[in-house]
Design a protein around this ligand. Structure first.
Ligand code: EPU
Length: 341
C-alpha cells in the first residue's frame, strides 16, 4: 500500500518556542503536503493545525489532535528577466529558506533572516522585520479550506495582507497553508532604511550586498532579541498599535521621545509598543517564571516553569497598564490556544 503521506503519533509533546508543556493525544505529522487535506479530515474538524510552534501561546496543555506539516520541499520555477519564482512547502524552516534563496541568487528576503517558524506560518501573520514584510515578496498561496474541502491557489490580493495580519489569521483553524509561491529578485534590491540597519552594515567595510544585509540582520537580532533556544519566547508578544494620526500627534506632544512610525495607511500612525511597555516599568520584570525580557520590552519570556495561563495573566496586566497610562490598546501578536484575548 502506498504511504498515506502522514504518520500518526500517539500522546506526543507539542514543540513550542515558549517551552510550555503541551501534548496531543494524536499528532499527525505530514511529510507530503499534498496529503494535508486527508490528514486534516482524518484528524477531525477540531484538530489544531500547527506551524513551527514559534508563534503560539498554549494556555491549554491537553490537545486532542494536532496536525503538523514537515514537508520541506523547495522548487525553483519560472524565471523571467527580473524575477525568480520559488515555491516552498509549508514545512520548510523559514531561516533555512531565506538562506537557500540567497545562495540561489534570489533576493528580497534577506531582511527577514533568523525569524523563527516555518514558510507555512509566514503569510498567516505576514512576518516582517527591518523594513520588509513577507507580503512584499509573496505572489500566491496554496490553501486548503477545511470548511469547503477545496484546495486552490489564492492570489496576493485575496490573501488580504496588512501589518502582521492576513485573511488567514481571521480563522487560522479554517485555512491550511500548503505552499507559498514567492517572486524574488534576480538582482539585489537592498532595503536599508530601517533605523540601525545601515549603521550595522557600516561596521563591515565592503559595499552592502544581500549576504551582508542578512548577516547584519542576524547580528542585530542576536543582540536585541532573546534566543528561544535559551529562554522560551515567541518574539514580539504585542503588535505595535496603529492609532489615528491625531492621537499619535497628541501623545507625541506629551511624550516627545515616543517613537511613531508610518502605519502604511494614511491618517494613521504606528506606535512602538516596546516603548510604551518600557515606560510602564515592565522591562525585565517577572512574576514567578513569567517575565518581560530584559533585552526587549515587547518580548514575554518563560524563565523555566511558567504556565501559559501565567504568561497570559502577565500580558493582560501589561496591556491594562499601557491602556491606563497612555489610553492605547495593545494586542497580542501570537495565537492563543485555549483562551481569548
Ligand atoms: N524600544 C524600547 N524598549 C525596548 C525595545 C525597543 O523603547 O525594550 C523602542 C526603541 O525606541 C526602538 C523602537 O522601540 O527604536 C523599535 O524597536 P525595534 O526596532 O526593536 O522594533 P519593534 O517595533 O519593537 C518590530 C517587530 C519585530 C522586528 C523589529 C525589527 C512587531 C510587533 N515587532 O519590533 O518583530 O524584529 O520590529 O523590524 O512589529 C516579531 O514580530 O516577533 C518581531 C520580533
Amino acid at each position: 500500500m502506498a504511504s498515506p503521506g502522514f504518520t500518526i503519533l500517539p500522546d506526543s509533546p507539542l514543540t513550542n518556542s515558549f517551552a510550555l508543556p503541551a501534548r496531543a493525544r494524536r499528532l499527525y505529522q505530514v511529510d507530503d503536503v499534498d496529503a494535508l487535506p486527508q490528514a486534516l479530515r482524518q484528524a477531525g474538524a477540531d484538530a489544531l493545525l500547527l506551524g513551527g510552534g514559534s508563534n503560539l501561546l498554549f494556555v491549554t496543555e491537553h490537545i486532542d489532535s494536532a496536525v503538523q506539516v514537515l514537508d520541506g520541499r523547495i522548487e525553483m520555477s519560472e524565471n523571467d528577466g527580473e524575477r525568480i519564482r520559488i515555491t516552498a512547502s509549508a514545512g520548510v524552516i523559514w531561516h533555512t529558506f531565506v538562506m537557500h534563496c540567497l545562495a540561489a541568487g534570489a533576493y528580497g528576503l534577506e531582511n527577514l533572516a533568523l525569524i523563527p517558524g516555518t514558510v507555512g506560518a509566514a503569510p498567516i501573520q505576514n512576518i516582517g522585520a527591518y523594513g520588509v514584510e513577507v507580503m512584499d515578496l509573496i505572489e500566491q498561496v496554496q490553501v486548503h479550506d477545511r470548511h469547503s474541502g477545496q484546495t486552490r491557489w489564492w492570489s496576493h490580493a485575496e490573501c488580504g495582507f496588512s501589518y502582521r495580519d492576513s485573511a488567514f489569521k481571521a480563522d487560522p483553524q479554517r485555512y491550511a497553508v500548503m505552499r507559498v509561491k514567492f517572486a524574488l529578485w534576480r538582482g539585489p534590491r537592498l532595503k536599508l532604511d530601517y533605523a540601525g540597519l545601515e549603521a550595522e552594515l557600516a561596521r563591515a567595510s565592503a559595499t552592502p550586498s544581500p549576504q551582508s544585509v542578512a548577516e547584519a540582520v542576524i547580528r542585530i537580532r542576536q543582540r536585541k532579541l532573546p534566543d528561544p533556544q535559551r529562554i522560551g519566547n515567541a518574539g514580539s508578544f504585542f503588535k505595535n498599535p496603529i492609532v489615528p494620526q491625531h492621537q499619535a500627534d497628541a501623545l507625541r506632544a506629551q511624550y516627545p521621545n515616543l517613537p511613531v512610525f508610518p502605519a502604511g495607511q494614511s491618517g494613521f500612525g504606528k506606535l512602538s509598543a516596546a516603548w510604551l511597555i518600557e515606560q510602564c516599568g515592565w522591562k525585565g520584570k517577572r512574576q514567578g517564571d513569567a517575565g518581560v525580557s530584559a533585552e526587549h520590552a515587547l518580548v514575554l519570556v518563560n524563565h523555566g516553569a511558567a504556565r501559559g495561563s501565567e504568561l497570559l495573566a502577565l500580558a493582560r496586566e501589561i496591556a491594562a497598564s499601557v491602556a491606563t497610562r497612555f489610553g492605547v490598546a495593545i494586542e497580542p501578536e501570537p495565537r492563543l490556544i485555549g483562551a481569548h484575548w
